[in-house]
Design a protein around this ligand. Structure first.
Ligand code: URA
Length: 195
């Protein structure tokens, strides 16, 4: 159960890490129910890193993060903020889909942690943006409230980090809801920091 923690720091490149992570079975339940390990996307030279929660059904099928409904909204918001997709790397706290999209368990987040920790080192982004409570707590500590910190400049391992809402919250609260307006503002701030 401890092998991912040993393997992740040995990945010298993103591709190395992908090759190791796709064989991870640290979470027996998730490994048994997943279709793919959704490690993330890293366009060469990307200097912004977005962190989501976990793959959903469509991501699990495609092997790519944020390709479902939330991903389509995210694409539109990134374009609005002037963040070209080629500059944006995306990874999730969990690389494997929790059955029925249930919330990641603490134990799963900790077992998966070395992969994302190494991804952050390998991308070495100018700015990190956490999408939603799970990613924000992963980076800033358990109990961090997204409503309290969203849109404020925080830090992870010496790098600027902007927490914001998850795009699925913007979908849930609708076009007039606070999360959508917050996402627009916060991604503009991310774009500013990446200039
Ligand atoms: N939601 C996430 O947090 N990540 C994905 O990749 C897709 C949906």
């Amino acid at each position: 159960a401890d092998w991912p923690a040993k393997a992740a720091p040995t990945a010298a490149t993103w591709d190395d890490l992908v090759a190791l992570a796709v064989r991870c079975t640290a979470c027996a339940e998730l490994a048994a129910t997943r279709t793919t390990v959704v490690v993330g996307v890293y366009p060469p030279g990307a200097d912004v890193l977005l962190i989501g929660e976990a793959p959903g059904a469509q991501e699990d099928a495609a092997g790519v993060p944020f390709v479902g409904k939330a991903g389509q909204l995210l694409d539109a918001l990134l374009a609005e903020a002037g963040l070209e997709r080629g500059r944006v790397a995306i990874a999730n706290v969990l690389k494997c889909r929790p059955p029925g999209n249930r919330k990641p368990r603490r134990s799963e987040m900790e077992r998966c942690r070395p992969w994302l920790a190494r991804q952050i080192e390998l991308v070495d982004p100018l700015v990190i943006c956490t999408l939603g409570g799970t990613a924000t707590e992963w980076a800033l500590g358990r109990g961090t409230r997204i409503t309290a910190v969203r849109g404020t400049e925080q830090a992870y391992a010496g790098r600027p980090l902007i927490p914001t809402y998850h795009p699925s919250a913007a979908i849930r609260f609708g076009p007039q809801g606070a999360p959508l307006a917050a996402l627009r503002e916060d991604l503009a701030q991310v774009a500013d920091l990446a200039r």
